[in-house]
Design a protein around this ligand. Structure first.
Ligand SMILES: [Zn+2]
Length: 49
């Protein structure tokens, strides 16, 4: 219960490439540039539940 895990999904192909532990009190939505192995390049990844 103490940890909230969220996935970071590629905004281009929708693949969930990363799992992170998020602060449950944080309300802002993460948007980070990360490497997507399916796209073969760095793309914008967004937090999903
Ligand atoms: Zn992708």
């Amino acid at each position: 219960m103490a940890h909230t895990k969220v996935a970071l999904a590629c905004s281009v192909c929708g693949s969930r490439n990363y799992i992170i532990t998020a602060n449950p009190n944080r309300q802002v939505r993460l948007e980070v540039k990360k490497f997507c192995r399916y796209c073969g390049k760095h793309t914008l990844h967004r937090e999903t539940k």
